[in-house]
Ligand binder design. Structure first.
Ligand SMILES: Nc1ncnc2c1ncn2[C@@H]1O[C@H](COP(=O)(O)OP(=O)(O)OP(=O)(O)O)[C@@H](O)[C@H]1O
Length: 521
């Protein structure tokens, strides 16, 4: 399919219908996640499912993959009734799914992991040969003998993709596949997806990255609060138009009011700590300072010490007292609550394992990190009224879409939980705020709101460290910029006049280069 755009579109409509979703409704207590949703996916079509956080995208694809049962409505696959009771049935009928969170065993190699996901795996040697063949055919570099623990996020995703491809799917569902990838890895992935589409495999693609949708997708179904509000051809629309269709109103870019920098509030000097995480990256002589009123942006590909840096700053990982200073007091030897008391709050990236207790309510989750600084305990007793008020304050300020503060954290959509967790840290009046991936999985409007409140906190005099893989995000909020690479931090420099070329040099030797190299091999 090498034709021009109009020919492409014509071909799309001429293709046979693969999956038809008709009048699907699914309600949870207090919220209708999908309401009378209908759309059609054709063979070989790359179909985007768009919508702001909580619009119902994940719920929809979970129904297509047999993880959730609809309350009403029906689906047909190639004209036959389709109602998978479990993922194994969906897979058997040609539907594969690559999740946002990978379910791989780090201590096993690639082929062993692939075998675990198959119903009747062939002998290992044969499987390894098939993995190699698929990996070559689809330009997805992956060595079946490598341990998964040693792989980058992009390579882990390839394990999942290849596992799906070995089953020859007719429909491949991808839930925010690029949020963990480097730009080079995104290119490799898109090449593969385009090839699959040419060969007739349809792709249902969820993402908040609208420029990617424009370059990749033939059609988009847009959901707002569980309903289909529009269908469009992404390449005929601007990213802004699509974002406005999702939200139903116009968007405000964040505004920076540069204040004066104050005294240094966070000082880190020559910090080296061994990683407590299996297959993690140890920090090597990391040094930087952040002044009140300043935002330091730390870029780098995930897995280069970001989680360890967060642990070492939050106090979960201790060091010599002088290695970390909060408002010029030695704090390296302090644990998390003592550091909170001293003025530092930290938000890790892993929102399900680490940042939030999924089975606890939002009120309880507010207590987990807010107890110390918000004074939510008195004489050893929890002040539930104050805790609930704090949770409600976060929900209002960060527009968290939830029936109320008593619902369990896991019942929130990913982006809404992220908004809640960011609010929880940003609303504690801390003098030092450390955040890993602030807008992970949140929609364009919510991302703008989170970035705005980072800038507001800095303007009020907080010292902020933002760790992110999103360069555009860092350049939007940061005053100074450094790169974390294999546990080493480059010397921070001002973002004034910083060019992409200079960033490329700072990232030199980074993981992304290695990936590109593999791709050529
Ligand atoms: N297991 C559940 N129990 C209760 N409510 C749920 C459950 N799963 C989803 N919801 C609710 O259904 C709505 C739709 O959520 P869904 O995860 O489908 O949204 P989404 O569009 O994928 O959002 P995001 O972009 O944030 O991932 C949300 O209001 C969410 O809180």
């Amino acid at each position: 399919m090498t034709g021009t755009q109009p020919a492409d579109s014509a071909e799309t409509t001429a293709r046979p219908e693969l999956l038809r979703v008709e009048g699907i409704t699914k309600a949870y207590p207090g919220v209708v996640a999908n309401s009378d949703v209908s759309f059609t996916i054709r063979e070989g079509e790359v179909h985007a499912l768009l919508g702001e956080n909580g619009a119902g995208k994940s719920t929809m694809v979970k129904m297509i993959f047999g993880l959730v049962r609809p309350d009403s409505g029906r689906m047909t696959l190639r004209g036959k009734p389709y109602a998978p009771a479990k993922p194994a049935e969906a897979r058997r009928l040609g539907v594969g799914m690559v999740f946002q969170h990978f379910s791989l065993f780090e201590a096993l190699n690639v082929a062993e992991n692939v075998a675990l996901g198959m119903e009747n795996p062939p002998p290992m040697r044969e499987l390894a040969a098939r993995i190699r063949a698929v990996s070559e055919e689809y330009g997805l570099p992956l060595d079946p003998a490598r341990m998964v623990g040693d792989l980058s996020a992009g390579e882990r995703q390839r394990v999942e993709i290849i596992r799906c491809l070995l089953q020859d799917p007719k429909l491949l569902i991808m839930d925010e596949p690029t949020s963990v990838l480097t730009p080079q890895e995104v290119e490799i992935l898109f090449k593969t997806l385009r090839q699959l589409s040419r060969e007739g495999t349809a792709i249902l693609y969820i993402s908040h990255k609208l420029e990617e949708i424009r370059s990749l997708c033939d059609t988009a179904t847009i959901l707002r609060r569980g309903r289909v509000v529009a269908t469009c051809t992404p390449r005929d629309r601007t990213a802004r138009e699509m974002a406005e269709l999702m939200v139903g109103s116009s968007l405000q870019p964040p505004e920076r009011s540069r204040g004066e920098k104050g005294p240094v509030a966070l000082g880190v000097s020559d910090l080296s700590v061994a990683s407590p995480i299996p297959f993690g990256t140890s920090l090597k002589a990391v040094s930087f300072t952040v002044a009140r009123g300043e935002v330091l942006g730390i870029a780098g590909v995930a897995g280069n010490g970001q989680d360890e840096l967060l642990l070492a700053l939050s106090g979960e990982l201790k060091s010599d007292a002088d290695r970390v200073r909060i408002d010029s007091h030695a704090a390296g030897h302090l644990g998390p609550s003592e550091r909170r008391k001293a003025g530092l709050v930290a938000a890790p990236e892993d929102r399900y394992g680490h940042a939030a207790a999924p089975d606890m309510s939002l009120v309880e989750n507010a207590l987990l990190s807010g107890a110390v600084r918000k004074g939510l305990t008195r004489a050893g007793f929890i002040d539930w009224a104050a805790t609930k008020a704090f949770a409600e304050e976060i929900i209002t300020a960060y527009d968290v879409r939830t029936p109320g503060p008593d619902v369990a954290a896991r019942a929130l959509s990913g982006g809404n939980l992220q908004k809640f967790l960011m609010g929880r840290e940003l609303m504690q009046g801390a003098s030092v705020i450390v955040i890993n991936q602030p807008t992970w999985g949140v929609d364009a409007a919510a991302a703008a709101a989170i970035r705005q409140s980072i800038l507001d906190r800095a303007a009020e005099g907080a010292a902020v460290v933002v760790i992110s893989q999103d360069l555009d995000e860092l350049l939007e909020v940061a005053d100074s910029f450094a790169v974390l690479n294999e546990g080493r931090l480059t010397r921070p420099r001002s973002t004034d006049g910083l060019t992409m070329e200079e960033i490329g040099l700072m990232m030199g030797g980074a993981h992304g280069m290695e990936v590109a190299h593999h791709a050529e091999a």
